[in-house]
Design a protein around this ligand. Structure first.
Ligand code: 5AD
Ligand code: SF4
Length: 477
């Protein structure tokens, strides 16, 4: 893992750009734009909380902001291109009073290179260094560019109260762990988010209770691999073996965390993301035991071919995955299941692609997120394998996978027609102010005439029709 933490003094570098921003308290307005995974959106709320302590107010109007932060994603090349394009837009509107900062995975991946490549950027901060923002902003105010991309063994931001930015006031995220130890060969995350570490259960529950007291009804517990959650008193997951037997015995695994949270709150609970190699029956039984744990699992498969899964270093094969699915369906028969699939990974041939299609047919996912393989710098796949599936073939295979998934989503949704589903009302539907939308326990979106119910209430909806993406119905209570 690369560590870097330095302040770049532009005056010393002889750069033409000299920034001198004297900000008074009344100026302090921050605009934060987030890209990528839910964890990034949750991190932006932590950043807002850190900035609030030094007098920053958040704004949704970029024109009012004198601090613009972009929380970036590196997972695919396209995600990085989106951020670069966004910077072009900022370039046009930046004046000398505005500070522009890059947060998140691109900051961590590119480090000081970002400041060299994008002259308008003043600040580069990696995912574990947000507590340093007040100091870094002082550096910027003194006319220097500032960077901190140090990765941490301990940081979980456990004690902070995030400022809720995406306010529907009903659903929210709570991060339970950070980093990833898995080293899937295609994935940049272990390099950008560091080693796995878990957050203390008590602080997780406190955050959930706080949300509950503010009227929130649903919480999603977040981690790169929640099934690997393990609280042992602090520190890295990889150091578990070094602990005393007593400490091991007193540790909390993910199933125990779920149990602890579910029995101490009446909030609806979801979690993401699960990993097929680590998901235990204990977790499934805990889900089955509590009504307030939603019956939905996002279980990325990535490929249906054991050969490709091995090259991907996923730690399971096709049979293992199908066996996990069998357990889900046995222990929680009504469980919604979704996936991630990458198509066109190195050495993927037609047979491997067919294996993915047959696996999809065997599982019948409710929905999924499907991507073309995008080679990422420094990953094992980039160093060892050839990105040798032509883009045209990747596109064709992706089309076939998406088409099949749409067919399955429609079939799965049709099964709900005539049934009554419990739905948490989240807000107005995109298409009409006369309709509300919400999600079923399986995480499927339902749309229905709003009647007299309030946003935040739980209603019974009789499903009368559907599309591949949405259930349509009417309230019956
Ligand atoms: N190319 C394409 N998709 C990727 N993902 C992760 N890395 C890559 C990559 N290099 C996908 C995986 C993962 C999801 C979050 O993004 O499917 O589960
Ligand atoms: Fe990336 Fe694999 Fe970790 Fe997911 S489990 S973040 S795909 S390395």
């Amino acid at each position: 893992m690369m560590f870097e933490n330095k302040i770049i003094d532009e005056k010393k570098q002889g750069s033409a750009l000299l920034i001198n921003k004297k900000s008074s308290k009344k100026d302090k307005k921050v605009y934060i734009e987030s890209y990528g995974c839910q964890m990034n959106f949750s991190d932006s709320e932590i950043v807002a909380s850190i900035l609030q302590k030094i007098g920053y107010e958040t704004t949704r109007d970029i024109k009012l902001a004198n601090l613009i932060l972009i929380n970036t994603c590196s997972i695919r090349e396209k995600a990085e291109q989106t951020v670069r394009k966004r910077l072009d837009f900022f370039r046009a509107s930046k004046n000398k009073e505005t500070t522009i900062g890059i947060l998140g995975c691109m900051a961590e991946r590119l480090k000081s290179k970002f400041l060299e490549e994008e002259k308008l950027v003043d600040l580069v901060v990696g995912p574990d260094a947000y507590r340093d923002l007040p100091n870094l902003l002082k550096e910027v105010n003194d006319g220097r560019k500032a960077i901190n991309v140090l990765l941490s063994k301990e940081e979980t931001y456990a004690d902070l109260s995030p400022v809720r930015l995406d306010k529907n006031g009903i659903t929210s995220f709570v991060s339970i762990m950070r980093g990833c130890d898995n080293m899937c060969s295609f994935c940049v995350v272990p390099f950008t988010r560091g080693r796995e570490r878990s957050r203390e259960p008590k602080t997780i529950l406190n955050e959930i209770k706080d949300l509950e007291s503010k009227g929130y009804k649903e919480v999603t517990l977040l981690g790169q691999n929640v099934d690997s959650y393990l609280w042992t008193g602090g520190g890295l997951k990889k150091d578990f073996q070094k602990l005393s037997n007593e400490a091991k015995k007193n540790s909390t695994n993910f199933a125990q965390l779920l149990d602890f949270v579910a029995k101490n709150t009446s909030m609806r609970i979801r979690f993401s993301t699960s990993h097929p190699k680590d998901m235990t029956d204990e977790v499934l039984h805990t889900m089955a035991k509590y009504k307030n744990i939603c019956k939905y699992i996002h279980l990325p498969v990535q490929s249906g071919s054991s050969k490709i899964l091995k090259l991907m270093n996923r730690g399971y094969d096709r049979d293992w995955y199908l066996n996990r699915i069998k357990s889900i369906k046995k222990i929680i028969p009504e469980c919604g299941i979704s996936m991630d699939i990458i198509t066109g990974f190195c050495n993927e041939n037609e047979q491997d692609h067919l294996d993915t299609l047959t696996l999809m047919k065997a599982v019948k996912y409710d929905f999924g997120y499907m991507f073309k393989y995008s080679e990422r710098p420094n990953t094992l796949a980039e160093r060892k394998y050839n990105d040798n599936v032509p883009d045209k073939i990747k596109s064709r295979r992706l089309r076939e996978i998406i088409d099949l998934q749409q067919k399955h989503s429609l079939e799965q949704n049709k099964k709900f027609i005539g049934r009554t589903c419990e739905v948490l009302v989240e807000g107005f539907s995109k298409k009409s102010n006369d309709d509300f939308f919400g999600r079923t326990t399986q995480n499927t979106v339902a749309v229905f005439p709003k009647g007299k119910v309030k946003i935040g209430s739980t209603v019974n909806v009789l499903i009368t029709s559907c599309t591949s993406a949405t259930l349509l119905g009417k309230i019956i209570n």
